[in-house]
Design a protein around this ligand. Structure first.
Ligand code: ZN
Length: 199
């Protein structure tokens, strides 16, 4: 039913497509936006358009960034010989918040999930293997989530890397099973990293 007229209905429908925004939240956001001054709305819309247009994969680690290399890969102080493999850019951010990790990352953008039809070719795994061929890497730390998908991915990657002779480790299970790295506190993440075991 259309109580509000098409313009408002469209706005609510678009906002409602966003994750964790139900109809009520979409309505609340829509009316909030309609109450904002025009300049603020323009700034919000432009920020969305500009980010979408300019954000791309870092050529080295495949995290999302707005330059050829992300700030971590282009930082000369980071140890390029240690690569931590994470599922997505938010997991990278979670580890960065601990402030303890000095190596670099590789972002897979997903995890292997036969149930959801996500295979090894659907994540940035080929890119990881190519990277290992051209750089001198001492250790690969697998920090995928401790969900079924995360564990499957960790086992797959470890099998793939083992023959190259590069040391492969897995973060310790201080991270709750099924836990998303993103929501785990910094101390737990740091402990998981410290207690990593060789695969
Ligand atoms: Zn990078």
């Amino acid at each position: 039913m259309n109580y509000y007229g098409q313009e408002i209905e469209n706005l609510i429908a678009e906002l409602g497509m966003l994750p964790s925004i139900g109809t009520k939240s979409a309505q609340r956001l829509a009316f909030h936006i309609l109450g904002m001054d025009e300049k603020a709305v323009e700034d919000l819309a432009n920020a969305i358009i500009s980010a979408r247009k300019n954000v791309r994969y870092c050529q080295e680690c495949f995290t999302l960034t707005d330059d050829e290399l992300c700030p971590i890969c282009s930082n000369p102080k980071r140890n390029k010989n240690i690569i931590m493999v994470v599922e997505d850019t938010r997991d990278l951010a979670a580890y960065e918040r601990t402030g303890k990790y000095q190596g670099v990352y590789h972002v897979l953008h997903g995890a292997i999930s036969p149930m959801a039809g996500v295979g090894p070719a659907d994540i940035k795994l080929k890119e990881l293997m190519q990277r290992l061929q051209k750089t001198d890497v001492e250790e690969v730390i697998i920090a995928t989530n401790s969900s079924l998908e995360g564990e499957t991915t960790a086992a797959y990657i470890s099998k793939l890397i083992k023959p190259t002779g590069i040391k492969v480790t897995r973060i310790a299970s201080g991270v709750p099973v099924g836990g998303n790295l993103e929501y785990v506190d910094e101390v737990t993440l740091d402990r998981a990293l410290e207690g990593r075991v060789e695969l």
